[in-house]
Design a protein around this ligand. Structure first.
Ligand SMILES: C[S@@+](CC[C@H](N)C(=O)[O-])C[C@H]1O[C@@H](n2cnc3c(N)ncnc32)[C@H](O)[C@@H]1O
Length: 279
């Protein structure tokens, strides 16, 4: 399919649409990276019975069901267990050594989507004897994803990918110990969920979490423009304890941001940073 180029009028219509959404619902997409946002809006337009982006505007304002559908489609929720296993392996072999020196550990999974990354962390903590002393906060602004995350139910045909990743991330047990199989789905066992709190949090509008030892925010900043990335990275700086860790996605960096002077690069390939100073 030929890629349609957005013309100036459409750019204006998108701007109006984003303002309308912010005014009506408080969701702020005004600082999302332009190209991927345009692609998502086009795909929503294709699925709707509207002929132009301008026609989406009144529908969004007056039809809350349509807005829910819009929200579902605007965010990209792709994720998997132990995604990029080398990152999880490094957290296990390196970051955990330092975290284990604290009597209590707070971890914030930001943009946790449907929860796979969060359960991966819980499995590693359990295997390293740290789960009992850890509280994991897992947040996202997509309520639909959070519901799935909380249930911890996934299609069984994903087991192969999940267990291969688990092994590559330095498995110390048997992956099948962490879920029950029900027909064509797997359900994460309750014991693993005990120290996890899933909740709604919108990075564009909501506040800091405090006293975090580790923040994992992977493949989220990539959808934001430079201003919003700066705002969110400042939020992370203010949420971390001194010497706390920040893990970003493999295409994300703090290098050119406002907060780079506060962090040191802890592991380059794995995009792990450590907060050195707050002032
Ligand atoms: C591609 S997924 C990343 C999932 C997971 N972190 C990973 O790397 O596998 C991006 C997630 O960011 C969430 N997200 C996007 N904008 C957000 C915002 N403003 N506040 C909170 N979450 C947001 C989306 O809902 C989605 O679940």
């Amino acid at each position: 399919m030929a890629l349609m180029k957005t013309n100036e009028l459409e750019l204006f219509e998108i701007k109006q649409l984003l303002e309308a959404i912010y005014f009506r619902y408080g969701y702020d997409f005004r600082h999302y990276a332009q190209a991927s946002l345009e692609r998502r809006i086009r795909s929503i337009l294709d699925k709707s019975n509207c002929n132009s982006i301008a026609e989406l505007n009144p529908k969004i304002l007056h039809d809350t069901d349509f807005f829910d559908l819009f929200l579902k489609n605007i965010s990209i929720n792709v994720t998997e267990m132990f995604r990029d296993p080398y990152v999880f392996a490094k957290i296990r072999t390196s970051v955990f050594n330092l975290l284990s020196t604290y009597p209590h550990i707070n971890i914030w999974h930001v943009g946790c989507s449907t929860g796979e990354e969060v359960y991966s962390m819980a499995i590693m903590l359990k295997e390293e004897g740290l789960l009992k002393s850890t509280q994991i906060y897992a947040t996202d602004f997509n309520k639909n994803s959070l519901e799935i995350a909380e249930k911890g139910i996934y299609k069984a045909d994903r087991i192969k990918n999940f267990s291969e990743n688990y092994l590559a991330a330095g498995a110390k047990g048997s992956f099948s110990d962490y879920f029950n199989v029900h027909r064509d789905t797997i359900k994460i066992r309750t014991a693993l969920k005990k120290n996890i709190t899933f909740s709604y949090h919108n990075l564009t509008t909501d506040q800091v979490f405090s006293q975090m030892h580790l923040i994992v925010c992977r493949n989220v900043l990539i959808y934001f423009d430079r201003d919003l990335q700066n705002k969110v990275l400042n939020l992370f700086k203010d949420s971390l304890i001194h010497k706390g860790f920040l893990v970003l996605g493999d295409k994300e960096s703090i290098q050119l941001s406002d907060v780079s002077k506060f962090f040191s690069l802890y592991e380059r390939k794995e995009r792990i940073y450590q907060l050195d100073s707050c002032i």
